[in-house]
Every structure is written in structure tokens, then in C-alpha cells.
Design a protein around this ligand. Structure first.
Ligand code: CP
Length: 309
């Protein structure tokens, strides 16, 4: 059983909890792949998605996960909600709590917003991405995809390339993968590597080739084009040439290496189109696993709630 009512990040999860989530997600994938994606496991429960930033994958997969397990789900469109009238996050949360909501999935530009919300509501809060802090469900689906490909995570080398400094995906993967015994090698322009990340267990490679050498999985991260004016790298074409992953540099990884990307992807920037659409790419399998992981989390948090809340 999970130890908390909320899922705020993988920094606070044990390896046992992560394996429990991954094991349950594997079971949920069977339901997801069946002709009838329907269960009444969460009948009578309610989930709200509260996204202060855009999303395609995270929001829709949480909504589908809730539906497939028989829960009711509602999306609050922040752009048309009372947030626009100045309502605070805590007031919004307490309003949802008053409606007896069981789960709130929040994405927010401010690191720590899910924790703040969790401290003020009875509902279980799931972090759908907070600032540059964590995106735990993304890392869980990444780990599920790696585990499916290799049958294990311990002892594997995972290369992560891209805008590590601004990436909550990189942070959650670093916490989760190292807890499960993987080696994480990172490479990016120096302007995109956060200070002291090595203290968290990452190896910062001196070159793209070193990062990929012998890697079992290669993960590209989105280059945040909205930060392009900040002078983090000279141009997109130079980024693609010197820091991107293409078939040429992929040769340094193991011959059976897989390619991952959390999406949305900038085609031809962090990954070449040939790599995105190539036979090693599991990007769309990641999306499917995202639904299974979120189904598993709703089931496990519901079990926690039945025992403790
Ligand atoms: N990977 C991810 O978080 O995608 P969305 O922004 O589409 O949710």
C-alpha cells in the first residue's frame, strides 16, 4: 500500500512503492488492451483535473483512466473558471473538497503548488507537473516502458538529453530511476544543466557520444522554444546538429536501445524525424502506458483512502 494520500513527487516515494505502482500498471494495461475497457473499481468516486498549464497527454490520460475505472470526472478549465476572478489556489481546492471530490490532478507553473493544495484538501492530490520541480506520473510511465522493454530497470544505463535545467520530467526520472538502481547519464548545453545535479545521482557526460555510449534507453527532452530568446543556445539548427539525437549518434547506444520522449516533441530538434518514427522509438507506447500508470495510481490511492481518510 502507498504511504501517502497524495502523489506529489518521486523524491518522496520508496523503491517498493514505485514497484507497486509499476506492477499494478502492468495489470491495468491488460484491461486497457481488452475489448471492454471498463471496471467498476472506482464507481461512486470523482476526479477533477485542474490544469493551470496546457496539456494533451497528462490531462486526457487521467480523465480516461478515471472513466475506465468507473469514476466520474470533470475538468476545470482555468481560463474560464473563477481563478480568472482572483480566486486563490487554496480557495479553489476547498471549493472542490466541499463537493466531496476524491482526486484532484493539478498542473501548475509554480513548484510546490500541488503540495500546498494537498495540505488544504481531503481529496488525494496528484501532481500533473509543477514548474521545474517534478512530473511524477510521466517518470512512472517512462519507467514502465523501460521495464517492459528489458524486464528490469536495475543496472541499465539511461541517457537523458535536452533541456534538463527546466525539465520536471528529468527531475522525476532522476529520482525514480536511481532509486531502482539505474545509471542516469545526462548531456545538454551547459546553460541547460542545473547546478549540483550530480549530487542527486546524475552523471553529466562531457559529450553526446559519452552520454549515449552503451545506453539501454535514450530519452530526449523537449527544448522549450518559449525560452529560445533567452540565449540558452545559438539556434535550433545548431542545437539539432550538436545536441540532438539522430541515427548517426544513436549508433553509440546499445544495438537494442530504445528511444523515449515525454512529448510534445519538436520534430527535427531534440530528435530527428527518423529517430522519432524509427523502430527503436517507443514514444506512442509511453502514451499508452501513461493511461495504465494513472489507472494504477487511482486504484492505489483509493485503497489508501479507504484505509486512512
Ligand atoms: N508529457 C506531458 O506531460 O505531455 P502533456 O504536456 O501533453 O501533458
Amino acid at each position: 500500500m502507498l504511504r501517502h494520500k497524495d502523489l506529489l513527487g518521486l523524491k518522496d516515494c520508496t523503491a517498493e512503492e514505485i514497484y507497486e505502482i509499476l506492477d499494478n500498471a502492468a495489470q491495468m494495461k491488460k484491461l486497457l488492451n481488452s475489448d471492454c475497457k471498463s471496471s467498476d473499481m472506482l464507481r461512486g468516486k470523482a476526479l477533477v483535473t485542474l490544469f493551470y498549464e496546457n496539456s494533451t497527454r497528462t490531462r486526457s490520460s487521467f480523465e480516461l483512466a478515471a472513466k475506465y475505472l468507473g469514476a466520474s470526472e470533470v475538468n476545470i478549465s482555468v481560463a474560464t473558471s473563477s481563478v480568472q476572478k482572483g480566486e486563490t489556489l487554496i480557495d479553489t481546492g476547498e471549493t472542490l473538497d466541499a463537493m466531496n471530490v476524491d482526486f484532484v490532478v493539478i498542473r501548475h507553473p509554480m513548484a510546490g503548488a500541488p503540495k500546498l493544495l494537498a495540505e488544504h484538501v481531503r481529496a488525494s492530490v496528484l501532481n500533473g507537473g509543477d514548474g521545474m520541480h517534478e512530473h511524477p506520473t510521466q517518470a512512472l510511465l517512462d519507467m514502465m516502458t523501460i521495464r517492459e522493454a528489458f524486464g528490469k530497470i536495475e543496472g541499465l544505463k539511461i541517457a537523458i538529453l535536452g533541456d534538463i535545467k527546466h525539465s520536471r520530467v528529468a527531475m522525476s526520472n532522476l529520482f525514480g530511476l536511481t532509486k531502482l538502481g539505474a545509471k542516469v547519464s545526462m548531456f545538454a548545453p551547459k546553460t541547460m544543466i542545473p547546478r549540483a545535479i550530480e549530487k542527486l545521482g546524475a552523471h553529466i557526460a562531457a559529450s553526446r557520444e559519452e552520454a549515449l555510449e552503451g545506453a539501454d534507453a535514450v530519452m530526449g527532452l523537449r527544448i522549450q522554444l518559449e525560452r529560445q530568446n533567452g540565449g540558452l543556445f545559438p539556434s535550433l539548427s545548431e542545437y539539432a546538429k550538436y545536441y540532438g539525437v539522430n541515427d548517426g549518434v544513436l549508433k553509440y547506444a546499445k544495438s537494442n536501445a530504445i528511444v523515449l520522449h515525454p512529448g510534445p516533441v519538436n520534430r527535427g530538434v531534440e530528435l530527428s524525424p527518423q529517430v522519432i518514427d524509427g523502430e527503436r522509438s517507443l514514444i506512442l507506447e509511453q502514451v499508452k502506458n501513461g493511461v495504465a500508470v494513472r489507472m494504477a495510481l487511482l486504484k492505489l490511492l483509493n485503497e489508501y483512502r479507504e484505509a486512512h481518510v
